[in-house]
Each structure stands twice: as structure tokens, then as C-alpha cells.
Ligand binder design. Structure first.
Ligand code: GLY
Length: 351
């Protein structure tokens, strides 16, 4: 088992390794005092892993209930959040109790938001069962639901008390779901480590998942420790996301997040080439995305995608900060007016 400590305002560990689900009760008992929990999961994950988790919790004398939401991004909304909060209240959950998110990014974001709101905040544990949640959304405390206006438009920063990443749960992921996580992992390499980028492009996540997930999480942990509220260095983690979120929103979330981020990174490489004359990592980025079976061409024209930049959660007034890979392993933050950013987006799309 690899332990990655996250030095956030409330510090916690990310534990990564095989067989952790069956040890979840004992590990959670060591990390937090709650003796009563509600496990939130979804209709895909529940049949696979819920019983094993509940068994482990009961073995550790933790009283547990569960709540299963419909799988998919469509569950990340106010109505589902309200239903979850009502069910927690009806079950009599108190401030000394905790939530456990068992699933991918949707379950993690919704559970984290519910934990931050319920009785003004209770602890929660993340147990990611997708690669994407393991390398990104389960760590760092960003919680959210989507609004009509765009993705992640309402949320909080609320750090988990523990993250348990059982690499066995990643083995059964469908190819497309695995590729989503590969896109988020490649992002870390593109931001700050050419070596990690190459290793992930060569399939390192398959051969040594714990080592490569830990490398991604360690890097994320450094950004979170430096800038928990995402006003400075943490913005690097948005590489591929500003353009990717526009594509995802335009698809009405029928395009998977990781696929949208992959296309967003291909566009970011092109935008970097336009913004910095010395930058040319387009071929390297494209080759890595191809090697991982990820898309790199936007399925919509620029005039449909440009308006979504206005809805981006990272916009500050009429300014927006883009993350551009000047070289693989060396990205830059570039703050532009919304008009300039939209123009760069359109030109990069057409390159
Ligand atoms: N997913 C980017 C972040 O957590 O900041």
C-alpha cells in the first residue's frame, strides 16, 4: 500500500493499493471517530462493491446504511442532492457521523457536497472506483453539482477525511471509462513531468497502477497544499478542462468527461503554439492521446463552443486563465480577456 499525505487545511491520507475495500472498516476506524456512516453509491457500482464494503464496515463495528443513486452525470444536480440530504435527515444521521462516497466522480462530487452542507458539515471518505476519480476528483475537496448554465456551477471546497483507492476495483473498468482516467493522468505529466507523461502514454497505468496513481496524486497534493481554493497554482490542474468543459456541456454531457478533457488538451497544445512562438508539443500530445485510445478532435464548430467559456466556473469577471502546455512537462497560466480567450479557442480549434 502506498500512502500519499495531502497537506490541505485539514490534512488527510490517500491510501492506494490492492485489496483495500475489504480493509475499509479497519482503515476508516483508524482515520476518523465516526461509528455510524451512510455509504452513497450508484446503480453501476452498488452490485459490484457495496456488499463487500458494508461487510468490512460491520466487521469494524461501524453501523452503516446505504443510498444508491442512478449512475451518470445526470444525477449531479440539485434534485438528487436534495433527495440525498432529506434521506440523511430521515435516517437520523448526526454531526458525529460520516458519509462514504463509493464510486466515480459523480458520486464523489455529490457526496462531498452533501457532506459539506448536512448539518453545516460532516466528515466524508472517498472510495473512488474509477481511474478518473482515483487520480483527480476524489482528492482536493472540490465538490459540486451541475446547473443548466454549465458544469460544476454550484459547489464547495470540503476536504475528505480519508481517500481509499483499491486498485482491484479499477481492473473491471470498461475500456472507455479507463481511458477517461488515463486522460486525467496524462494531464499531470503535461503540466509538470515529461517522464510521467511518457510513462503514462506507454501504458504505465496498466502495468503499475499504484505507482502511477500515487505519482499523479502526489503532484495534485502539492498544488492543493499550495492553493486549496484554486486561485493560484491549483489552476494548473485545469489543463484541458476549460476547452473540455465547453465540449462536454455542448454535448449535453453525452460525451464523457475524460474524452472531453483529452480533446481539451489537444486544443490547449494548439493554443499554446499560437500563444507562444517557441511552443510546439502538438505532435507529442496527439501521439500520446492516440496511444491511449483517446479522441482529440472537437465534434462541434467554434461558434457553438465559444459561448461556453462565459459559463466556465474559473472565469473571474471578464478574465479567464487558460493553462497552456508550452512544452510537455512545462505548462503556463495565461490570463486573457474573455474575448481574447474565445478568439484563441476558435483559432486553436481550426489549427
Ligand atoms: N480537478 C481539478 C482540481 O481539483 O483542481
Amino acid at each position: 500500500m502506498i500512502t500519499c499525505p495531502i497537506a490541505a487545511s485539514t490534512p488527510y491520507d490517500v491510501l492506494i493499493g490492492a485489496g483495500l475495500l475489504s480493509r475499509a472498516g479497519e482503515l476508516i476506524k483508524e482515520a476518523l471517530p465516526a461509528r455510524r456512516v451512510v455509504v452513497v453509491t450508484d446503480s453501476h457500482v452498488a452490485p459490484l462493491y457495496l456488499e463487500e464494503l458494508l461487510y468490512s464496515l460491520r466487521e469494524a463495528d461501524i453501523v452503516c446504511d446505504s443510498c444508491t443513486i442512478p449512475a451518470g452525470e445526470a444525477s449531479k444536480n440539485w434534485r438528487q442532492l436534495g433527495e440525498l440530504l432529506e434521506s440523511l435527515a430521515q435516517s437520523g444521521l448526526s454531526r458525529s457521523d460520516a458519509l462514504i462516497a463509493l464510486g466515480g466522480g459523480v458520486v464523489g462530487d455529490l457526496t462531498g457536497l452533501a457532506a459539506s452542507l448536512y448539518q453545516r458539515g460532516i466528515p466524508y471518505v472517498q472510495i473512488p472506483t474509477t481511474l478518473l476519480a482515483a487520480v483527480d476528483s476524489s482528492v482536493g475537496g472540490k465538490t459540486a453539482v451541475d446547473l443548466e448554465a454549465g458544469k460544476n456551477q454550484a459547489g464547495t471546497f470540503w476536504q475528505p477525511a480519508l481517500v481509499l483507492c483499491d486498485t482491484d476495483t479499477l481492473r473491471s473498468l470498461p475500456v472507455t471509462v479507463w481511458a477517461d482516467g488515463a486522460a486525467e493522468s496524462l494531464k499531470y505529466g503535461a503540466i509538470a513531468s515529461h517522464e510521467l507523461f511518457d510513462n503514462i502514454a506507454k501504458g504505465g497505468l496498466k502495468t503499475a497502477p499504484d505507482k502511477h496513481i500515487a505519482a499523479c496524486i502526489s503532484m495534485k497534493g502539492q498544488f492543493v497544499a499550495e492553493d486549496e481554493k484554486d486561485t493560484g497554482a491549483r489552476q494548473y490542474l485545469n489543463l484541458g478542462h476549460t476547452f473540455g468543459h465547453a465540449i462536454e456541456a455542448q454535448s449535453h454531457f453525452t460525451l464523457r468527461h475524460g474524452q472531453a478533457v483529452a480533446i481539451g488538451m489537444a486544443i490547449a497544445a494548439r493554443a499554446a503554439h499560437l500563444a507562444y512562438p517557441d511552443s510546439n508539443c502538438i505532435r507529442e500530445m496527439d501521439a500520446a492521446l492516440d496511444a491511449l485510445g483517446l479522441p482529440r478532435t472537437a465534434p462541434y464548430p467554434a461558434d457553438q463552443l465559444r459561448p461556453w467559456l462565459t459559463a466556465d466556473e474559473k472565469r473571474r469577471g471578464d478574465r479567464i486563465t487558460l493553462v497552456l502546455p508550452r512544452q510537455i512537462g512545462r505548462s503556463e497560466l495565461l490570463t486573457l480577456s474573455l474575448t481574447e480567450a474565445k478568439d484563441l479557442f476558435a483559432r486553436a480549434l481550426n489549427l
